[in-house]
Structures are given as structure tokens and as C-alpha cells.
Design a protein around this ligand. Sequence first.
Ligand SMILES: [Zn+2]
Ligand SMILES: [Zn+2]
Length: 300
Amino acid sequence: MPAEALVRVTMSGICNTDLEIVRGYAGFSGTIGHEFVGIVEEAPGSPDLVGKRVVGEINAGCGHCELCLGGDPRHCPERTVLGIVGRDGCHAEFLRLPSRNLLIVPDSVSDEQAVFAEPLAAAYGITEQVEVLPDTRIAVIGDGKLGILCALSLGLKSDNVSLIGKHPSKLAIAQRANVEGILLENAAKLKGAFDVVVEASGSESGFAAALDLLRPRGKLVLKSTFHGKPEWEAWRVVVNEITIVGSRCGRFAPALDILEKVLVDVTALISEDRKLEDGVRAVERAGEPGVMKVLLTMPR
Ligand SMILES: [Zn+2]
Ligand SMILES: [Zn+2]
């Protein structure tokens, strides 16, 4: 077991995955939370990190399998995941992660921006898996936090990104960037219009809606972590030769670069900021309709 760094958390963000875990997803018990920014207190083997403001990649690998030696522990079979699998998370005053997971936050990036490194990395991670060119026609289904981040980050690579959702106020956040907002009720006429559809609504109907929107041989990117058994028509995937891509975690370095250059205005997604001691209420608030990102600030 390599020595791990100790990080004093300054701010964390509540994710829908936290809410799913509270409902039983992943069978995790422990401290939840995987979106954070903090200050390194101890870093055995990496003294340069001590005192630095950092964010951290959430998958901690074994360090010796082929994947880990290749520098990408995201699919290490023995991995733990901050606040999700076998490792206490960040809605707490302190957390531990391997030093190699930590990335120093540029000075110009505020805590409120840096705390979005994880979800932004997850959203932008789609571009690691699916080729996105300036003319790639992309629809993102779901105007929640994740859907908006997917649309905004894909909008950095394509000039043809649409966000489909039910909430005009949320679609407006995307519309301020390089993304077209489309109300779900108006999406039916776009049948077969997209090369790539990202399902980020977390609702079962998103599957069928995505298949309606995709052109033959299009790519369906599944971004929501469903813990039920959604029903969908597999024959449509076969007949239309659809490629299905599951997508989970992205790398943090490109996300920090996006934050430093302010290419995506993540602060538009913040609904409220609460104190850690108010954490239970904060998690409840994060699950209420219309509430976007709820942040937790730790005691000093
Ligand atoms: Zn998350
Ligand atoms: Zn490993």
C-alpha cells in the first residue's frame, strides 16, 4: 500500500451520484462525496505538494497492475473510488488519496470553480471515447448539472451541440454558451438528426428518446448511472447499427485547463453554498427539483 496524502478539504460539491448512493447505489457505506478542493497537509514521498491547493482524481488504483503502471487506474480491478467504492469521501474535513492522484489548482481558479473539476472531467471525458469534430451533430438529453456540463464541454469541440431538457431556465445556461437549448416537447421533429446522443437525464425514457434522435450508425453515450434495470428496445440498436458507449470518469488535467481558461462558466451551475455541519440538509436540498449544484464549505 503506497503512502497516501492527507488533504484538508476546503469545499466539496454534492453530486447526483451521492444521492444515488444514499438510496443504495453501489452498496457503499462510509463518508460520501467525490468532488472537492482542498489543501495538502501531508504527502509522503511528494513533499512539494504540502501546502498546495489541489483537486484529486477519484479512482485510486493498486499501483502495480498493467492499467495502473500505464498511468490510468480508472479501470484497475482493485481500485477504490473516493466516496463511492471502499474509500471514505470528501464531505468531511479531511480525506486521503494517493499523492499521484492530486493535481495543483492554478491560482486564478477559485475554489468554487475548482470543485467542478471532477464533474467537468467526467463530462469532457466523452471526447476521449467518441470523436468530436466541429461539424459533429450532438444532442445531450437532460438539463441537469451533468447534462449541462456535457453540453458545454462538448460545445468546445463542436459547433453543433443541442441540449434537450424540460426547464427553460436551465436550457438558458447552455444557450449563453455555444449550445442550442431545445425543449423536450420540440425534440420529436429532430428524429435521426444527430451523430452522437448523450443520455444524461438519468430517466429511463432517455434511452428511447436517444434512439429516436440518432441517425443510423450513430453513437449513444450513456452517462447516467442507472441502478435499476431500464427497459429498452435492443432491436433498434441492431437495425440502426448504433454504437453504445458507457462513459464514467474523465481526466482532470484537461478539466483544469478548461477552468483556468474559463472556457466553461461552471459557477452558473451553483445553487447554494452551505456549511458542512448543515450537510444532511444540503444533501436533501440537492435532491429537490430545480436545485443545481449545492456546495459544502468546511469549517476552518
Ligand atoms: Zn459526481
Ligand atoms: Zn491497478
